[in-house]
Ligand binder design. Structure first.
Ligand code: AMP
Length: 118
């Protein structure tokens, strides 16, 4: 069972912000910004590649509710989902990162990647 499925099952504790029948939002254990929250579906979906339009349509208002609860809808935030190896996805259970609470930097590409050029 993956680590986020264990969070869903309550086997691993999490610092929850919001939960409904289908989704959970909780604080990232290793925050990359003053506010760093993860939003996951309770169902094990590997990545954004695999989410259905129907589930995404329900996940969108849930994410918006989380950002409102944290007042990030006013100050601004970044919403990211990492996909696969190049995307840097470590946990293979779909999650959206909500990052905010301060000005964020915008820099992504690893320039020393020998396999690719811009
Ligand atoms: P990613 O690299 O997109 O797969 O992001 C995985 C994220 O999960 C990282 O930001 C981790 O800090 C976070 N993470 C891993 N384990 C836990 C946990 N038990 N509780 C909260 N966040 C976690």
């Amino acid at each position: 069972m993956c680590i986020f499925c264990k969070i869903v099952d309550g086997e691993i504790p999490s610092n929850k912000i919001l939960e409904n029948e289908e989704f959970i939002a909780f604080h990232d254990i290793n925050p990359a910004a003053p506010i760093h929250v993860l939003v996951i579906p309770k169902e094990h979906i590997e990545s954004f590649n695999d989410i259905s339009a129907q589930t995404m349509a329900k996940m969108t208002p849930f994410i918006q509710e989380v950002t409102k609860k944290l007042a990030l809808d006013i100050s601004g935030y970044r919403l990211i989902t990492n996909i696969g190896d190049d995307g840097g996805q470590e946990v293979k259970h779909l999650h959206f990162h909500i990052l905010g609470g301060g000005k964020l930097i915008w820099k992504h590409y690893q320039k020393n990647d020998p396999h690719k050029s811009l």
